[in-house]
Write a protein that binds this ligand. Structure first.
Ligand SMILES: C[S@@+](CC[C@H](N)C(=O)[O-])C[C@H]1O[C@@H](n2cnc3c(N)ncnc32)[C@H](O)[C@@H]1O
Length: 464
């Protein structure tokens, strides 16, 4: 498909990005920060001089250089006057004055069908993926086309960089990692399957607009649809792994609330929610289009050691979540837990116990973390070991504690955890014996299981 400038040397791409950002008022990068690439976590921001104290601004990106539901509407409306949303689309004077607006610009045809009703019916994900697919992958094949967003696209991760996200193993027939899907823990497999069906759903929603574009071009039949889908998958996971929370006033679903912010998206994740950098949105600093400046400011942790990495918390996420959404896992993750629902539900064979748990809304969603066995799991096992279900109800209501069920409950729990440990150890052995899939991908899956073992051994009092 389209040639991108990702073949240019990295420093040149970064220079273009900075020059492009500098064109907008309000752009700033702290002079003490530099960008660096490492094997472990890719590009990231590091302290190069001086110090960063609480509330110091590390980077600030104006609204018109972010990609979100608002800026995409603005940019489409430059080429389609039937997309007119007050305060979001471009005023007609802008369109008339805009030098890039010409009838023979391919965007006029590509965005012709994106009218108010259509655009407002799309999710943020669908609109952004359609727009980026056009501007980054499809339209650059037309002569004299250069996207306004090219400097941003040129520093996007390659598909190869995203290869350890499990959903890509299913979506990309060339991935070679499909067999690893069966080796994922149940929670990760379920997460990956959910993502794959979302990707397919979004593709089916936006493809008709691409189809119309293809039909308007000569030689469109030669375009390989499978290849286009692969490009879409690439775009999809670029967005998913780099989006940041922002409220989108036009939308009501929380899943639509995100923006893509160049440079801020170079920050890597740390599990500590409070210590590291924090986002700050300044809505009053409005550009001609967009939702205001997106800044990152230092948190409680002060950076004084040269070379230290500047980190952001992406949320209180387990390793299963990080693997599926971002394609990496943490060795030390204070938010890690194991979803043991399917294993626990399999153990509960008595029909009346199952019915009791369903009636009381305690069926499933059982977890174990380093610090605790979830209350839901304790209730479920209490119902297995105690024939007096009224006593279990009292436990649910907090009138009695788990110790009221004596050694029967603690033995059942211990046996359960010991059996989980054996199963995880077996998975670890078979993963270690697997040689074919990409080592990075199998290593990540292995780390998820090793995180499980840390948790389980903590409960068995065996920290080996
Ligand atoms: C928002 S981007 C951060 C910039 C990214 N490192 C890059 O090279 O463009 C998120 C991606 O960075 C990587 N990443 C973030 N935090 C990480 C960490 N703590 N360890 C390893 N990889 C990390 C993952 O590949 C993730 O999908």
């Amino acid at each position: 498909m389209a040639a991108t400038s990702q073949s240019l040397p990295w420093d040149e791409r970064l220079d273009y990005l900075l020059k492009w950002l500098e064109e907008s008022e309000g752009f700033a990068v702290n002079e003490h920060v530099r960008l660096q690439d490492t094997k472990r976590s890719g590009r990231g921001l590091y302290l190069k001089s001086g110090a960063l104290k609480k509330r110091d601004c590390i980077v600030s990106i104006p609204g018109d250089k972010q990609l979100n539901f608002y800026t995409v509407i603005y940019h489409i409306s430059l080429f389609n006057c039937e997309l007119a949303i007050d305060g979001v689309s471009c005023p007609s004077s802008d369109r008339a004055n805009n030098k890039i607006y010409e009838a023979d610009d391919p965007r006029t045809e590509a965005y012709r069908h994106l009218t108010n009703n259509v655009v407002l019916g799309l999710s943020s994900f669908q609109l952004l993926s359609l727009f980026i697919l056009f501007e980054w992958k499809i339209l650059p094949q037309e002569s004299n086309f250069t996207s306004f967003w090219k400097p941003f696209f040129d520093v996007f991760p390659s598909f190869e960089d995203l290869r350890s996200i499990p959903a890509t193993w299913v979506c990309d027939p060339e991935s070679g990692n499909l067999e690893l899907i069966e080796m994922l823990p149940a929670a990760s497999k379920k997460h990956a399957e959910r993502m794959v069906s979302q990707v397919k759903h979004d593709w089916e929603t936006i493809f008709p607009f691409i189809q119309k574009w293809l039909e308007s071009r000569e030689g469109a039949s030669q375009i390989n649809k499978q290849k286009l889908f692969s490009e879409f998958v690439h775009v999809y996971f670029v967005i998913n792994s780099r989006c940041l929370y922002i409220e989108i006033p036009l939308k009501t679903d929380v899943a639509d609330n995100f923006t893509m912010v160049p440079f801020v998206d170079f920050l890597n994740h740390n599990s500590d929610v409070d210590a590291y950098c924090k986002p700050r949105i300044e809505r009053l600093k409005k550009s001609p289009c967009g939702l205001g400046n997106f800044s990152i400011v230092a948190g409680d942790h002060e950076y004084v050691n040269l070379g230290e990495e500047i980190l952001l918390n992406y949320g209180a996420h387990s390793n299963d979540f990080l693997l599926n959404e971002y394609g990496f896992v943490l060795g030390e993750n204070m938010w890690n837990y194991i979803d043991v629902s399917s294993e626990a539900m399999e153990l509960i064979s008595q029909v009346h116990v199952k019915e009791f748990l369903i009636e009381n809304n305690y069926w499933g969603d059982y977890t174990i973390s380093s610090s605790e066995v979830s209350f839901r799991l304790l209730v479920a096992f209490a119902a297995v070991v105690c024939s007096d279900l009224r006593k279990v109800e009292k436990f649910m209501l907090g009138y009695i504690t788990e110790s009221s069920f004596g050694s029967a409950l603690s033995s059942m729990l211990r046996e359960f955890i010991a059996s989980l440990t054996k199963n995880v150890e077996t998975k670890v052995r078979s993963l270690k014996a697997t040689s074919k899939p990409d080592p990075l991908c199998s290593q990540n899956v292995l780390h998820v299981y090793e995180g499980y073992l840390q948790i389980l051994r903590q409960h068995l009092g065996d920290n080996a």
